[in-house]
Structure formats: C-alpha cells, structure tokens
Design a binder for this molecule. Structure first.
Ligand code: EPZ
Length: 429
C-alpha cells in the first residue's frame, strides 16, 4: 500500500492550480442518466472516486469518453467527459460498488425518474458517522415512488412515472437535495423543495440541469422550485472549482508560512472559511488569477469554529483547520455539528505532538510550539489531508499510511505541493 513521506518545516511558495470539485463532478456525472443525449462535462478532476463512478455508470450502460489532461500534466483545466446514457441496460447498483463510494447511491433518483425502477444497495457504514439515507427515500416517496428494502437493497418503482410534490427536509442534506433535484427534473408537474442544501455544488448541478432543459428556480437557496420536463437533452457544462481543495491548501500555507497563488480558486465559494483564516493572521488577496494566500513571520492566532451547512464553515475543512490550530498561539474550540464521528484525526494529530481533548462534539486544541514527525494513519479523505498539513509543519519525517483515502479527493497532491517547495513523496508498496 502506498505511503506519503514528508520532511516537514519548509514554507510553501509558488502556484497551486485548483481542480474541479469532486463533490460537483460526481452528481454531474450521475445527471447523465437523465437523458439519452450526450452530456459533456469539462474540468472533471482526475480522482479515484471519479474513476469508480465511471465504472458504476458503465455498468448501467453509460458510454463514457474521456479526453484532456493526462496524469502529470500541469494545467488546471481538467479532463473532459462525454457521457451518453442512450441505452440504460441495468437499473441495479450492487453492494460491492455502492459500499465503496456513498455518492454512487445517488444514481437512484435518475434511474427511477427515467426508467421507472431502480434497485440500489444501501451504502452501509462510514468512518465519519452513521450517514443514513432516509431523507432520500422520503423525497422519492413524496414524488410517488414505491419503496421496499430487501436484503440490503432499496427496491423502488414508480409505475406511472414520478409526479411533482412538496418535499420538506427536516435537516439540510446535500445528497438528499441532489436526489430530489435530479428526480424532480423528470417528474410530471411542479416540485417544491424546502430546507434544501445551499452548497455551491447543488447550484452547479442545477445549472447543468437547466442547460439540459430543466426548469429550476431558487437553487443555491433553501427553497427550490422545479417544473418537471418530459425529456431532458444533452448539454455542455464545466465543473466548478473545488472549494475544499482551495481551503485545504490555504490552511497548508497558513500552517507552514509562505506565499501561494491558488490559481482558479473562487472566494465566493468559501467566504466563511476565508474569514476564519484571516482571523488567524493569514493574508488572503483576491486577484484575477485566483486567491493569493500568505503568512510571513506572524504567529497563528487561535480561532473558534463551528461547522455548519453552507454558507457556514464546512465540515469538510474541519480536520484541516484543526491541524492548523495545533500550532496556534493559544487555545481554540472546534465544534462539529454535521457528522457525529468526524474526529478520527484527533488521535493521529496527537501522534505528531498535538494537544487536543474531546468532549462530545467539541475538540479543544491547545496550540503547541512545535510538532514532531511520526508515522500516522489516514482514516478518511479530509482526515488524511489534515495529517499531511501537520506533517508539512512538523520537525523531521512524517509518514502517512493508507493514502488511498487521499487519492479519492485530492488530485496530484504531492506534485502540487512539491512545486511549492514541500519535501513530500509517495512511496509505493
Ligand atoms: C456530502 O455528503 C458530501 N459528499 C460530504 O463530503 C460532505 O461532508 C457532506 O455533504 C456535508 O457537507 C459529497 O458531496 C459526495 P449530507 P452527504 O446528506 O450528502 C444527515 C467529502 O469528504 N442525514 O449533507 O452524504 C447526515 O447523517 C465528503 O468530500 C440524515 O440524517 O451529506 C449528516 O449528519 C464526506 N439522513 C447530515 O444529514 C439522510 O437521509 C448532512 O449529511 C441524509 C443525511
């Protein structure tokens, strides 16, 4: 199994190109199931999760042509995917695939809406929390689906097709909003989604659906109105830049010091996180090229943070921010409100010398003068990159094991950091 080896203590200086957003690319690829015409997606990141979804969609009968950037190419314009779901040959998504990547459960909405049936495995357990799917199922039921759970599978059908309905989510859910939006686009009549997720990736998917002929108003706000279409057509859409990758590298620079241009990054996608970073003493300038992040000399000020749905501070940056706070000049409190078990990185950061105590959903981080390199274990995608951030600032050598987690969501991480002066390498085997 690959490992990442880091010699810490070097400032980051240079340019990091920001890739297309994983969490938009996945539902956008799934949207291809809604039409028999070709959906062209530009700026698709080269990631393990994208590759896995390619395989899963291929099982359903989607033809996918990939062109553009190869591994190792430097520009940040990502790959182009041409997806054509002319013939859907299978409406089953099996356990061995869905259990590998939860987002693949989201094929359920488009398959049901277009084919009138779907059999999709329940995703199963997850390292960051229980992550149930009942909001997805309630939304589909509201749209007229019959649903049964048998032997770990959701078996659903809508004999006369889906019809528009009012869907009111008890809690904000990104995935359930995607499910409702994708399914309602092909339902008869009007659907009103209340308490919808406002994440930029939801807006990106809605914009793509609009380009495919859907009639959608209010995406990016808590109330979305959809007039279902009988058919959707092909379109071309470019995946928006990854705000979590942006925030991650911004925190890495805040941690090591230095001056880095995050090329292609958009400030409006992560205002809350950037505000917090500014309070830590990090400078952030908006330029035509992207976001320029720097910290020179000044210590890291402690800042308290609570994770929230967009536009609040994202849970997907909580672990990285905790890594930064381990070296703050004082104590900070980090409250995780989205997932109940997203603190697996705490014990690993402690191996680098961090002082963190946990009490329910709050981590109290007492900043230390220095971290010291150690072998550590990645447990999920964002937790693993927090260990990389820790390792970049730690004295001596840090080895991050189980880096397949990183490959799910960070494109060419080592190359991007090496170009900015980091001593980081992948070791195979
Ligand atoms: C999406 O997951 C993201 N995944 C996650 O990113 C992200 O952390 C999360 O949204 C929150 O922003 C993708 O976009 C592929 P949710 P999702 O439904 O949609 C509860 C990463 O590292 N809930 O918004 O699965 C749930 O348990 C990943 O890139 C229910 O109770 O998250 C959680 O507490 C990890 N019942 C909360 O809602 C349901 O039916 C928000 O989860 C659905 C969700």
């Amino acid at each position: 199994m690959d490992r990442i080896r880091i010699q810490g203590g070097r400032a980051l200086n240079g340019t990091i190109p920001i890739s297309g957003a994983k969490n938009a690319a996945l539902p956008l690829m799934i949207a291809s199931l809604l039409t028999e015409e070709k959906l062209i997606l530009d700026n698709v990141p080269r990631l393990a999760d994208v590759g896995l979804l390619q395989y899963i969609l291929g099982n359903h009968g989607v033809d996918i042509m990939v062109s553009g950037k190869r591994a190792g190419d430097e520009e940040h314009a990502g790959q182009t995917f041409e997806l054509c779901a002319k013939n859907i040959v299978d409406t089953t998504a099996p356990y061995h695939l869905v259990s590998k990547m939860r987002a693949s459960f989201w094929v359920i909405g488009p398959l049901l809406a277009r084919m009138g049936q779907a059999k999709v495995s329940l995703p199963g357990g997850c390292a960051i929390g229980t992550r149930p799917v009942e909001f997805h199922l309630d939304a589909l039921r509201a749209l007229g689906a019959e649903i049964e759970i048998e032997e770990g599978y959701v078996i659903t059908q809508a004999k006369g097709g889906l019809r528009g309905a009012k869907i009111s989510f008890p809690k904000v859910s990104v995935g359930a909003t995607h499910t409702a939006l994708l399914a309602a686009s092909l339902a008869r009549g009007e659907t009103l989604i209340e308490n919808a997720a406002c994440e930029p990736e939801v807006l990106d998917v809605a914009n793509c659906l609009i380009a495919m002929g859907a009639n959608i108003e209010g995406a990016g706000t808590p109330t979305i109105r959809i007039q279902g279409a009988q058919k959707l057509h092909g379109a071309r859409h470019s995946v928006l830049p990854d705000r979590i990758e942006t925030g991650t590298y911004a925190m890495a620079v805040a941690m090591t010091g230095g001056d880095v241009m995050l090329a292609g990054a958009r400030e409006d996608l992560l205002t809350a996180a950037l505000d917090v970073l500014r309070k830590t003493g990090t400078k952030i300038a908006v330029t035509n090229e992207g976001l320029r992040v720097s910290r020179n000399g000044a210590g890291i000020a402690p800042v308290d943070v609570t994770t929230e749905p967009f536009p609040g501070f994202p849970t997907d940056l909580q672990a990285q921010f905790m890594a930064l706070m381990t070296r703050a000049k004082g104590t900070s409190r980090i409250r995780e409100t989205i997932f109940e078990n997203r603190f697996m990185h705490v014990q690993e950061l402690a191996r680098l010398g961090a002082k963190i105590s946990l009490d329910g959903d709050v981590a109290t981080v007492e900043g230390v003068e220095r971290l010291k390199g150690a072998p550590v274990m990645a447990t999920d995608l964002r937790a693993s990159v927090s260990l990389v951030i820790g390792g970049l600032a730690a004295e001596g050598e840090t080895t991050v094991h189980r880096v397949y987690h990183l490959d799910r969501g960070f494109e060419r991480l080592e190359q991007k950091l090496v170009r900015c002066g980091a001593l980081i390498e992948r070791v195979s085997g």
